[in-house]
Design a protein around this ligand. Structure first.
Ligand SMILES: Cc1cc2nc3c(=O)[nH]c(=O)nc-3n(C[C@H](O)[C@H](O)[C@H](O)COP(=O)(O)OP(=O)(O)OC[C@H]3O[C@@H](n4cnc5c(N)ncnc54)[C@H](O)[C@@H]3O)c2cc1C
Length: 538
């Protein structure tokens, strides 16, 4: 197969245009063409009036080798790389030991799925509930002002933190073995639209994710795996630097010498227990800030001009960065076109925001987190000092919001002018339960407020209207990534001081989103499988 890149076609091109472009590029006749498939479709919107679609296609011809030789010097004509996934091992017959996977977020889900596909019958322990019950708890908290359930919410439960999300599926992690492709293929098998395989920056949307998560659970179980909900791991049995098993809330003990820690960035109690058990944990950088909401139409117009609203382009996104005079960097994070701001708390008395969208991305507002990078120098001390800072900021936000899980909010114009907001303008905040207007300058450290005040007008130069008076800020955003790293060896992916413990995914500091967590899940499944096979052989 031959991979062609940089094939540019008008936004409204007819279907046959792509085939014609392939024939023209390769200078072949239709008889020479066996078939083709789209590997990636993105767009180039640098000229808003003339946005073009940019394709990468895999083409099968009757003369692949001749064409590859003919275009040897053209970087846009190459041999299609082999992205086929092969499992690294199969469970030996009679293997008694079953690996334990803690957490059923994207990382734990893909670890368990791949272990199950290799015949290792994993046991998944998830502190939260199955996804439908979890959805009911979360929506009751959001929409009906029912109490926060600390074990069943936007962070905890089947599907993990990404279940009520935009389901954005892109990452910048290095992925030489194409594990990301494997994650996408599995998601399609579980019910995601095949378009995620070729659209640049694909997304799934909350409701679809719920069905996909259930499908993956059924596959793991059909392959001999076991998934236990409301099974919170409370303690780790570590002897002479080796894990022997885990203890659940309620006292039940499960033995295993292979335990995957895919616990996400919000399992603060579990982080504390890991430190108490002597597992090596260190503080790592993360970011803090606010969510900002604008009319989606403003973003669409700024990005797409006369092509705003075009069905192929959908709701526009953005990615912004500003390097401040005080040495801090401010950037947009987890941008949700046509989405909602959601209550992402998991601890009583603490408030944190995040964002999600449905597949259609057709809500009135665009939202993103506008965050400032911070490092352990900002929270010196023990490895969990970042967690303590997150908790302090979330408690302050809870108090500023009135102690009812209403988020504190402020209009951008008032935030920049340094006066509290009293009334909403044209942008209605989407956060539920509700928003209490006031002064957000007390919600973050002074350096972060100064940095965001400098960044918003700078962003306004890139997206006209970004610093509009009525745009609305809510907060706080503290869970942009894990505040800790549970360090592991590069080769066997086991904790640097606890044999058999495999720190994985976002909570351990090895992923930063759904796709990268899934990729890490596959890597860790392979490491566990190889270790189990070698242990059996030896
Ligand atoms: C509202 C929201 C929107 C988001 N939107 C996107 C997006 O559009 N795209 C994107 O790429 N990323 C998004 N993210 C981030 C993404 O969800 C995470 O990066 C990803 O889920 C991390 O995967 P993980 O498996 O490492 O951890 P998690 O998904 O956090 O899963 C960890 C799981 O472990 C369980 N657990 C924790 N402790 C224990 C214990 N002691 N015992 C048993 N179980 C335990 C938890 O209940 C949880 O289910 C969003 C996050 C949120 C909250």
């Amino acid at each position: 197969m031959v991979r062609l890149s940089e094939i540019k076609l008008p936004l409204d091109h007819e279907e046959p245009a792509l085939q014609l472009a392939i024939l023209a590029k390769l200078r072949i006749t239709p008889d020479d063409l066996v078939g083709f498939s789209i590997f990636k479709r993105s767009y180039d919107a640098r000229s808003k009036a003339n946005i073009v679609l940019v394709y990468i296609v895999d083409v099968e011809t009757r003369q692949d080798e001749r064409l590859l030789a003919k275009f040897a010097k053209d970087p846009h004509v190459v041999r299609t790389p082999d992205m086929h996934y092969e499992v690294v091992a199969q469970a030996p017959p009679g293997l008694v030991e079953r690996p334990i996977v803690i957490g059923m977020g994207p990382c734990g889900m893909f670890t368990a799925l791949m272990l199950a596909r290799m015949g290792f019958r994993p046991i998944v322990l998830e502190r939260g509930k199955a996804v439908l019950e979890r959805s009911a708890d979360t929506f009751n908290f959001w929409r009906r002002r029912q109490p926060l359930n600390p074990e069943s919410n936007a962070q905890f439960g089947e599907g993990g933190a990404g279940t009520f999300s935009d389901g954005k599926l892109y990452t910048q992690v290095r992925d030489p073995k194409h594990h990301g492709r494997k994650v996408l293929m599995e998601l399609v098998e579980a019910g995601a639209s095949p378009e995620i395989l070729y659209i640049n920056k694909p997304h799934i949307g909350t409701y679809k994710l719920i069905g996909i998560v259930q499908h993956i659970r059924a596959t793991i179980e059909a392959l001999g795996g076991e998934i236990r909900f409301q099974a919170r791991v409370e303690d780790f049995d570590i002897v002479d630097g080796k894990i022997r098993g885990v203890r659940l809330l309620g006292g039940e003990y499960l033995a295993s010498s292979h335990v995957v820690l895919a616990i996400g960035h919000s399992a603060r109690d579990t982080f504390e227990q890991l430190v108490a058990c002597g597992v090596y944990v260190e503080a790592k950088p993360f970011s803090i800030g606010f969510r900002v909401e604008h009319p989606q139409a403003l973003i669409d117009n700024a990005r797409f001009g006369p092509n705003a609203g075009h069905k192929v382009l959908g709701a526009a996104d953005y990615k912004l960065v500003h390097h401040c005079k005080n040495g801090r960097s401010v950037y947009s994070f987890c941008m949700c076109p046509g989405g909602l701001v959601v209550a992402a708390a998991s601890e009583p008395g603490r408030l944190v925001t995040n964002g999600m969208s449905q597949y259609a991305r057709n809500e009135a507002n665009a939202n993103s987190a506008i965050v400032v990078g911070i490092t352990p120098e900002d929270y010196p001390g023990d490895p969990l000092a970042g967690v303590a800072l997150q908790r302090r900021l979330e408690e302050a936000a809870f108090a500023l919001g009135g102690g009812t899980y209403d988020a504190p909010g402020q209009k951008v114009g008032d935030f920049l002018a340094g006066r509290p907001s009293e009334d909403l303008g044209g942008v209605k905040p989407s956060y539920a339960p509700g928003v209490r207007l006031g002064d957000l300058s007390q919600a973050l450290p002074d350096f972060a407020i100064a940095a965001i005040r400098e960044a918003l007008p700078a962003f306004n130069k890139q997206i006209k209207g970004f610093a509009m008076d009525d745009a609305i800020l809510t907060g706080v955003e503290t869970r942009t990534s894990s505040p800790i790293r549970i360090k592991r060896n590069d080769d066997d992916l086991q904790s640097i001081n606890t044999v058999g413990l495999f720190p994985a995914g976002e909570g351990a500091g090895y992923a930063g989103g759904i796709l990268s967590a899934g990729i890490d899940g596959i890597k860790v499944a392979e490491a566990v499988a190889l270790s189990l096979v070698r242990g059996q052989a030896g």
